[in-house]
Design a protein around this ligand. Structure first.
Ligand SMILES: CC(C)(COP(=O)(O)OP(=O)(O)OC[C@H]1O[C@@H](n2cnc3c(N)ncnc32)[C@H](O)[C@@H]1OP(=O)(O)O)[C@@H](O)C(=O)NCCC(=O)NCCS
Length: 181
């Protein structure tokens, strides 16, 4: 996706492994402006590198960003591809114009075409509700014990956006595979 809206230029997805030193600096500057997490002073992600990023620029200046992790969830032995949305941030001078909704819509379209069943995130409900996300309470990180037993780690209050007409799984635990993001 690449397109202009007024003076704003939307682009993405951009692969994270294609990020050069210049863009890395721009991303870290914006992330440090938006988040107090120390990790962004050292790098452009905290726990795990995302695979994809979406950017919004105004006359060349980076003003908004979000990242997407390719993840899987497991429900009753079946795996589903999900997109984990993270590091959603908008420069303070550009907030309140619907840039989150526009970026999420772009990410959702792409993720749906890509075959993901859901977008998933951990964030404030008030920010993502109007983009169609709903809160879920049965998502947990998967922990595999030394004896092979699989147990639920911390149950986290995530939000999901169903794609491709898939319904969220009520009832039992939904395991997020691999490292959190
Ligand atoms: C949160 C943030 C991304 C919102 O950016 P924005 O450009 O103002 O977002 P939008 O204009 O697209 O608004 C989307 C929705 O979020 C709501 N919203 C925006 N900022 C909010 C806040 N701080 N608290 C609660 N809701 C908020 C808006 O009211 C809007 O809701 P609506 O569509 O129901 O009217 C921006 O303030 C930011 O970068 N904050 C710092 C980083 C951060 O907290 N990121 C999100 C992590 S969950």
């Amino acid at each position: 996706m690449s397109g202009g809206r007024g003076s704003l230029l939307f682009s993405g997805p951009l692969r994270d492994d294609a990020v050069d030193a210049c863009l890395d600096g721009e991303l870290r500057e914006l992330l440090c402006l938006c988040f107090s997490d120390e990790c962004f002073r050292r790098g452009r992600y905290c726990k795990e590198a995302p695979q994809h990023r979406w950017l919004v620029r105004d006359e060349g200046k980076l003003v908004a960003h979000c990242a997407l992790h390719e993840k899987r969830v497991r429900v009753e032995g079946e795996f589903f591809a999900v997109g984990g949305l993270s590091e959603v941030c908008v420069h303070p001078g550009y907030r309140g114009r619907g840039l989150v909704r526009e970026m999420v819509a772009e990410v959702a379209d792409w993720s749906q075409e890509r075959g993901f069943s859901f977008l998933l995130l951990f964030g404030a409900e008030a920010v993502y509700r109007s983009s169609g996300f709903v809160a879920v309470k049965n998502l947990c990180s998967e922990i595999v014990r030394e004896n092979g037993e699989v147990v639920c780690g911390a149950t986290t209050a995530g939000m999901v956006l169903p794609l491709r007409g898939t319904r969220w799984f009520e009832g039992g635990s939904v395991y997020l595979i691999g490292q959190g993001f």
